[in-house]
Unconditional design. Structure first.
Length: 98
């Protein structure tokens, strides 16, 4: 959050995540904490992101004491998914989200 706040974010700013589930969750936690919530847009590129991380309200990150210990419920303002992005993934990564 220090980087976000130190670079001129305002309550009218928006966090845009481009990537898979981990990126979606980290971006969601940051967006929820700054100014008690700023805009959040997920542009998800993996099957896990499309089927789970970007469409639910649960935003969480891991902690040394356990998985998903730090988080909140915070919905994205916009979610963009392009199934053609899955064509760039290996079969293993496509199946990971199913």
């Amino acid at each position: 959050c220090d980087e976000v706040i130190g670079n001129g974010v305002s309550k009218y700013s928006c966090v845009i995540s481009l990537g898979g589930g981990v990126v979606n969750n980290l971006s969601g936690v940051v967006a929820s904490m700054v100014y008690r919530g700023i805009g959040l847009v997920h542009i998800t590129t993996t099957s896990m992101g499309m089927l789970d991380a970007s469409i639910d309200f649960k935003q969480a990150v891991n902690h040394p004491f356990g998985k998903n210990l730090l988080g909140c419920y915070y919905p994205a303002s916009v979610i963009l998914m392009d199934p053609e992005a899955l064509a760039t993934l290996s079969e293993r990564h496509v199946l990971n989200g199913i």
